[in-house]
Design a protein around this ligand. Sequence first.
Ligand code: ATP
Ligand code: MG
Length: 381
Amino acid sequence: MSKVLGIIGGGQLGMMIAEAAKSIPEHVSKIIVLDPTENCPAAQVGAEQIVADFKDEAAIVKLAEKSDIITYEIESGDSDVLKSVESKAEIEPSPETLKIIQDKFLQKTFLNNNNIPVPEFVEISSIENLEKKLEHFGYPALLKARRDAYDGRGNFKIDNPDQIKEAFDYFKGQKLMLEKFVPFKMEVSVIAARNTKGQIKTFPLVENIHEENILRETIAPARVSEEVAKKAEDIANNTMTVLKGAGVFGIEMFVTQDDQIVINEIAPRVHNSGHHTLQSSETSQFEQHLRAILGLELGNTKLVYPTIMYNVLGSKSFEGKYKPITMSEPNVFLKMYGKEISKPLRKLGHFNVVGKNNESIEQLLKKLEPLKEKVVTQPSN
Ligand code: ATP
Ligand code: MG
């Protein structure tokens, strides 16, 4: 039976899920997204849209009444509201899983209790408490907001005692945690999936390069030894085993100087570092997510072609309408998200440089270099 799928959030992730659904019409008959921006990216590719805030309870109830299954592309949804509509629609990943993941302290406590490696961390309740914990932790350390952080805005690095007050004040009234700073060698991630029947599959380990806390580039596969890749993929598998929800999860990790793996954080959704799968793999992360929440057999996750994904980010120097971005290079696949307005470092699109001719990562990196200039946004007037 073909199902109606509701998605909380209709940005680029919802858009690419909606596009993936078109290839399995026997399983998904319709997509409805809830998003506050009129004509959001997902609506532009045929999804029906409820225009409302992500936290609008009445709108979520309406979405649940119209849908067989609800999923989400953002992790800031209210898990209690989602829990309350479970009688109207199946919610995947489950509200219980979302509740653990959306609070970084609960998430790390959960992982730690299940023997999954994370940086040393502790809850912070007051500035006095922070001062005391830092004596034990040493410097540098990261003060983090427990909830609703994105693009690194929820982090404050404390290098010495003089910064304690500034750091604490920065977060005004938010729930906080403190974490040991990990002088990592590389940031990596695994896109993992678990279907409603408990089947688990992981995509190969990829390497992530950030600029100003925003993902800029993903290299698939990561340039690490087989041993390190296996260790990370095993940790991702173990994580999925204990974390019960169904769907695709982006598991961000650090490779330490002595080649240990620790988890930085988990996103309970398709992830920017999995966009390469659109061309590099037999199954994209978006199709995998649909398969997972629909209880279908998960698709093959083998990396068919080495690939580099590069994000098209809004230029830092202006905000407004921008000139169309195009690319006509063999084996380079540009995907723009249909956002009308460019803002500094806003994610507007991405492109994949795909190694269809057996190129090495070094060759692909060389091919990428001149292409970076072609995606610098310019004002259109
Ligand atoms: P995002 O939206 O990018 O996920 P966020 O606000 O949720 O951002 P985190 O994922 O916690 O923030 O961290 C953002 C970046 O900060 C990481 O990619 C990493 O570069 C750095 N970082 C986070 N935690 C640590 C740590 N314990 N040690 C060193 N660097 C860290
Ligand atoms: Mg993060």
